[in-house]
Design a protein around this ligand. Structure first.
Ligand code: PAF
Length: 284
């Protein structure tokens, strides 16, 4: 099938119709779920999908159920026309941009909850967040039924949660994690970076540098508890307030580590002004 201009659909029925046409033509389908306000990190997901799949669908949906009552749902950046143009320029075939009513019609009562991996870190600091993510991602996967779906490693706990959910629920899709895209000074790209003032933007890369220091220290044999406590103090000294956590956990299932006996990840969340930043780096 020849590729045309990017299309946009807003209903599950129209999405399924497009995917069914591609499937009938023997094409593979990749899904890139997003909340819009796209940056180079999202485009890396799209690029990986277009390299691996014949057709790529990106969803744009600012999912209200994954935001807490005091979080930034109302001010979350929304610029659909720009996002659609960017997706078209980057080889995406179709945008699925449903309304809140299409995703959560009157009477919607189901929640998908993944236990264990969702409980520490982001789960402890953002109650209900992963229930919102797991529910919307399971819906998106079942609405589109792609061969592969792409998620950034920047939201590492989200990626581990989605892999676990797909395995537990036998959802027939391969979940692909895509490495973090960073600015030249190490700041991980995020739609929320645009909230930072110039002064905060200058401090923000300290988060990545601090995580790299923890990774080097624990690799060199420094006790994990000491290295993470020192990192939290360093972030506070740089101006992050509060520092929610700096932790070293197993890369595959996020179990806590006291010694570095398997591939691990250093993960952190800390706030600059009103902007909560998260980041993580691999160790070993
Ligand atoms: O990572 C995100 O942007 C969101 O959590 C996702 C996966 C699109 C679900 O709303």
């Amino acid at each position: 099938m020849s590729k045309g201009a990017i299309g946009i659909v807003r209903t599950v029925a129209a999405l399924r119709e497009a995917v069914a046409r591609w499937r009938a033509a023997g094409e593979t389908v990749g899904l890139v779920p997003t909340m819009g306000a796209l940056h180079r990190g999202h485009l890396a997901l799209v690029g990986t999908s277009t390299a691996q799949c014949g057709r790529t669908v990106a969803s744009i949906f600012v999912n209200p159920t994954q935001f807490g009552p005091n979080e930034d749902l109302a001010r979350y950046p929304r610029r659909e026309a720009e996002d659609v143009a960017l997706l078209g320029d980057n080889g995406c075939d179709l945008v699925f941009a449903p309304t809140v009513d299409e995703m959560y019609p009157e009477g919607f009562v189901t929640t998908v909850r993944v236990a264990g991996v969702t409980e520490p870190m982001e789960g402890a600091h953002r109650p209900g967040h992963f229930d919102g993510v797991s529910t919307v991602v399971s819906k998106l996967l079942l609405q589109c039924l792609p061969d592969r779906a792409y998620f950034g490693e920047k939201d590492y706990q989200q990626l581990v949660t989605i892999k676990r959910m797909v395995r537990d629920l036998d959802i027939p899709v391969t979940i692909e994690g895509v490495p973090i895209v960073r600015e030249a000074d190490g700041l991980a790209l995020s739609s929320r970076n645009e909230y930072l003032s110039a002064e905060q933007r200058a401090i923000a890369p300290v988060l990545n540098r601090t995580l790299l220091t923890v990774g080097e220290a624990v690799k060199a044999g420094r006790p994990i508890a000491e290295a993470t406590a020192e990192a939290e103090a360093a972030l506070r000294a740089a101006g992050f307030d509060p520092v929610a956590y700096v932790e070293v956990r197993a890369a595959d299932d996020l179990s806590p580590l006291t010694v570095l006996d398997r591939p691990a990840r250093v993960l952190a969340a800390a706030t600059l002004g009103k902007t909560r930043l998260i980041d993580n780096v691999p160790v070993g």
